[in-house]
Ligand binder design. Structure first.
Ligand code: AMP
Ligand code: MG
Length: 413
């Protein structure tokens, strides 16, 4: 059976990222948080924009004050006061200084700032009580960034630090990739919506809600197609609609080996190429991945119906695909942490096993706590309030308490 890492490689290889010209939108910087820039950004501005003072003090000529001391202060005439935001009017000449404040533009002639704590003021004269370093407390134009260089490359996700930089660079509007469109439907005759009364044998379609939330969390736009009965015609119509309206299609259920599991045969009747039929992962073994012979074929993920299996396979396979598709330049694969396990963890060792639980910071060290209750893939109740999956590789049957374990941190929000 296909290993998890081989399945991941096949999936990432199938993904064609959104087009940097066609699949974009121009948006306001105020709503750009978490979006991905589709054009490299440069600025016409130097940072700092002008030579300016890093201190409240006096702008001086270094050569005038280089021998100053408490015992032998240099006395300078104050010719101007320069608050932040003003354009200096005078040139500092020999024997002169300008009163200056943090962020204010350096006057012509001056090359150094003496902090006000190292001075004494007497009317329009200042006594320099200590020798500064040459050019001390001057932030030079272009020292942080020079106009025309690349400020941010294409494919960067905008978090608060990047938003701050773009605001400073006057990028009030910018070009980002549109959100990936992800069609979602659930298949199963037993499924009802949360607002319908349950008849014997029925269960609520929780996967539609879970997958919609996961897609939004991953920056996508869910397109909800509802519950489709285990009926080949209805399924064919739903799949045919989904593949013409989405970049990724997610169905849950109907991909196992039961008599009512029709998804694979319908995909084949639609001339899909099925790249994956099952993966050596627990939970989540029945996983179908397919593409269609159209030029902009979406990637079809037939996820298993069990709620825990659907979520684990989303995190492990769909999320990396969404990241690559969304235009993100790097960092598609999940990032694992090595942490300490609080509990004993067990696996059959036959498939890569994902055990849900939560990460806790204990004395500055992360510890994985396995969720209490049943770890049957059919149980979803104890998924609530978890934020991590411990990963036991093929061949590993036991992780002892306090031993190290690999963990996928599900960083929500
Ligand atoms: P299947 O893969 O269709 O054989 O479904 C496997 C198990 O998952 C069955 O117990 C289903 O009732 C359950 N299941 C399937 N789809 C959903 C869904 N959308 N929400 C919750 N449970 C589901
Ligand atoms: Mg079913």
């Amino acid at each position: 059976m296909l290993s998890v890492s081989d399945a991941e490689a096949i999936i990432l290889n199938l993904v064609r990222p959104l087009d940097q010209q066609r699949d974009i939108e121009i948006i306001d910087l105020f709503v750009a948080d978490k979006r991905i820039i589709s054009t490299p950004i440069t600025s016409k501005l130097d940072f700092p924009h002008w030579d300016n003072s890093a201190m409240d003090g006096y702008a001086v000529r270094y050569q005038d004050v280089q021998h100053s001391s408490d015992a032998q202060p240099t006395i300078l005439e104050i010719i101007e006061e320069i608050p932040a935001g003003y354009q200096p009017q005078c040139t500092v000449k020999a024997g002169q200084a300008a009163r200056i404040f943090t962020g204010a533009v350096m006057p012509m002639g001056a090359d150094t700032v003496v902090m006000q704590e190292k001075t004494r003021r007497e009317e329009n004269r200042v006594f320099i009580l200590a020798a500064p370093q040459p050019q001390e407390f001057v932030r030079h134009q272009g020292a942080f960034y020079q106009a025309g260089q690349e400020l941010l490359p294409r494919g960067v996700k905008l978090n608060p630090p990047e938003i701050a930089v773009l605001a400073a660079a006057q990028c009030a509007k910018l070009s980002v990739y549109r959100r990936p469109r992800v069609a979602i439907f659930s298949s199963g005759d037993e499924l009802v919506t949360p607002d319908q009364p349950l008849q014997p044998g029925q269960i609520v379609d929780s996967n539609q809600y879970a997958l919609a939330a996961l897609v939004k969390e991953a920056g996508g736009e869910p397109l909800l197609l509802g519950i489709i009965q285990d009926n080949p015609d209805a399924l064919r119509d739903a799949i045919a609609y989904a593949i013409t309206h989405a970049d990724i299609v997610l169905s849950s259920g109907g991909v196992s080996v039961g008599d009512y599991d029709y998804i694979d045969q319908i995909l084949e009747s639609l001339e899909a190429k099925i790249h994956i039929r099952s993966v050596a992962i627990s939970p989540g073994k029945p996983l179908t991945v397919a593409t269609f012979p159209t030029s902009h074929s979406p990637i079809y993920f037939g996820l298993p119906g069990n709620p825990a299996s659907a979520m684990v396979t989303f995190w492990r396979f769909v999320q990396p695909a969404m990241k690559k598709l969304s235009g993100l330049a790097t960092g598609w694969e999940p990032e694992f942490l090595q942490v300490r396990s609080h509990h004993e963890l067990k696996s059959s060792g036959k498939r890569e096993t994902y055990i849900w639980g939560s990460l806790h910071l204990i004395d500055g060290v992360y510890e994985f706590h396995k969720a209490g209750g049943s770890h049957s893939p059919g149980n979803l109740i104890n998924l609530a309030q978890t934020n991590a999956l411990a990963v036991l590789s093929v061949g590993t049957t036991l992780i002892a308490p306090q031993a190290e374990v690999k963990v996928l941190h599900l960083a929500f929000g």
